[in-house]
Design a protein around this ligand. Structure first.
Ligand SMILES: Nc1ncnc2c1ncn2[C@@H]1O[C@H](COP(=O)(O)OP(=O)(O)O)[C@@H](O)[C@H]1O
Ligand SMILES: [Mg+2]
Length: 253
């Protein structure tokens, strides 16, 4: 398969506003792709079409060769298309391990009655989910925080928990909207390292909406630059960063 994800000619409108105007991109297996562009360029809207939270007016999303444009978000997650959240929407009063397990709810196959009677099926899910959670806790080195309440953890750790929750779902592709926002320089480096490691060891592909061009240059294999809902430039990071259209869009924005 040449591409794990193909996003074609997407248009998103909000009332009279055209947020995305015929944009798209293609993601190769194992690639880390960055969506960049000034505020209001349509990056979040495009990502929300990919995750299924927005229904596009026009266009197509193809995941692993299958048209998923009309597939609801939770089913996309189950197919291997996971996402993290722009403003971390973790359950603040639950622990790290509980948050990761909560991300596995869609895989829960038993009824309320099973749970009430604590049947084998309920126990099996619980055991499996805990095992999956422990695997990603290992992978992202979150041992120290396993039983900590999420609220009160540093922002960089919360981002890592958010990533862990997505990874527990065994995704092929992870979508992240501005994962570095609000992080210190050191936290950014830690998160970038975690993303690279997951990419290299697990073969997971990433689409990152990212503002910080330095992060993009370090981390990404392919960059898609947007302005006013359209793709204005695309290619390897060094090339896109020097494209006069991109430079102008950033200075103007
Ligand atoms: N839910 C919404 N309702 C109305 N307008 C929106 C909504 N989301 C985004 N927009 C508008 O769509 C355009 C693109 O926004 P967005 O996708 O958030 O861009 P970016 O993530 O690149 O900053 C902007 O003009 C924004 O004001
Ligand atoms: Mg945005």
């Amino acid at each position: 398969m040449d591409y794990v994800l193909e996003v074609e000619d997407v248009r998103v409108e909000f009332g009279g506003i055209v947020a995305v105007d015929g944009a798209g991109f293609r993601l190769r297996p194992g690639q880390i792709l960055a969506l960049i562009g000034p505020n209001g360029a349509g990056k979040t809207s495009l990502l929300n079409v990919v995750s299924g939270f927005y229904r596009p007016k026009r266009g197509r999303v193809v995941f692993m060769g299958r048209d998923i444009t009309r597939v609801p978000p939770h089913k996309r997650a189950a197919m291997g298309l996971a996402r993290t959240f722009q403003h971390s929407e973790l359950f603040k009063h639950m622990t790290v391990v509980e948050n990761i397990m909560a991300g596995l709810e869609p895989w829960r196959r038993y009824s309320i009655l099973d749970a009430a009677l604590w049947t084998g099926r309920a126990r099996d899910w619980e055991e499996w989910a805990r095992w999956k959670a422990e695997q990603v806790i290992d992978l992202l080195e979150l041992h120290r925080y396993r039983d900590s309440i999420v609220e009160g953890l540093p922002p960089g750790i919360q981002k890592r928990v958010d990533l862990a929750r997505a990874l527990a779902q065994d995704p092929k592709v992870v979508l992240m909207d501005e994962p570095m926002a609000g992080l210190s320089r050191e936290e950014k480096e830690d998160l970038a390292r975690a993303i690279v490691e997951v990419n290299e060891t697990q073969g997971v592909s990433f689409v990152l909406v990212e503002h910080d061009l330095e992060v993009v240059m370090d981390l990404c294999d392919w960059v898609v630059a947007m302005e006013s809902g359209r793709v204005i430039s695309e290619g390897p990071p060094e090339k896109v960063a020097r494209d006069p259209k991109v430079v102008e869009a950033y200075l103007g924005g």
